[in-house]
Write a protein that binds this ligand. Sequence first.
Ligand SMILES: [Zn+2]
Length: 434
Amino acid sequence: VAEPGGSIKTPRVTQVALVVLLSVVWALVGLISVATMTIGWSGGSLRTSLLALANWRSVVFIVGFPVLAAGELVVLRRFGRRLGWGRESIWLWAWTLWFVTIMVLAFGLWGLRSLAMLRMTWGLLVPLSIVYMAYGMGRRLGTEPHCAKCGYPWRAEIGEICPECGSNWSQRGGTKPGRPARSLVLVSVGVVLLLLSFAATLSPVASGAIGPLMPTGFLVEQAAATGRLSSGAWVELQTRSLTPEQLRRLDEGLLDARMARDRLDRSANAWLEGRVAGSLMSPELTERFYDEMVELELRTREISDGAVRVEVVAINRMTPFGATDVRIIFGGFRVDGVLAEGTRFEKFSSIFRFDPWSISRKPGAVFPGVTVARRRDSATVVTAEAWVCYGSSTQLPWGDAWGGAWGMPDQPAIPSALPWVRHVTLSTEVEAGD
Ligand SMILES: [Zn+2]
């Protein structure tokens, strides 16, 4: 005979193990939450992901939440047992408390920017809300058998037929343990959670909210390391105040990304253009901004026996539809110091029509070039001269509106208002042949 209150206690070790296991699971959930957002953002860059995880807020969140959750479970179990709660009730309340905690903690750490984190949490609430509703609808209290259909209390002396609904109690499943006690509170909580989770998950406000969640340092690092940020994150970054070091890191990182990837997207390019236009970028980086946008190089190819074609090729790193436009005034080729006839575009077409889309890639694109006969005895020095002019497209009209005449000897007429003009001299040697 079991004595009242003398039930077998769950060994303490098992309880501790349970709490530890849950804490580990919750730490993993926190880690995955932060990591997924980071990886989704950085396009898989391990370095930026690690940087985001190393942020103190992320650490507090990942470590703090499991500790709080474990503490809450311990307290709830003691408290619940004293009140005579069933195991299911304790777990339901624990889940609820955890979700409240995760939201309060995220809000405390990131303020309104925690919206994205909360949104993920809301998603996890959908299954929980269904459990709430199902448990609330079918809840039974106690262990005494009751009619499975209508809940009339079973008693041996009544017989086999339920006096209330006429069910046959002797059939398998005719009676069930516990008195039916449908809980409107639990069902309502489930309905509210479900509605809220849908509202929050589908909210257009929340859908672009990953950027606001991230700390400024992470946004800067992310953009600087990859040259990419979502448009929402760029908008968010505009609202942050960046330290001079962060600004420099961003300028430099975006320029590096342009070199590595050949082209920045419009948002990243617009950031650089804004910095340059406001004279906010360092002179050294401003020079890089312009000079690396369009680079010219000489390319040599054999066209027939003893004849070599030397061409100027533009390496184009412009972003289409950017505010900065480029025109190249081509000053012609010199072969061993002598201007090659007809290679300078002196009149109507003095501006080399620079196709910002594809000049460096388009097969069959016509580049300024000169054909050189390979000498037998000595190398031939070929030089080319050009002015790469940067400005807005209104400053750089097509046609003969400017640059159509060589003002001074060997100098094209370039408008003085242009923000950047680079004079380029390229040189190559055509080696002697046999
Ligand atoms: Zn019945």
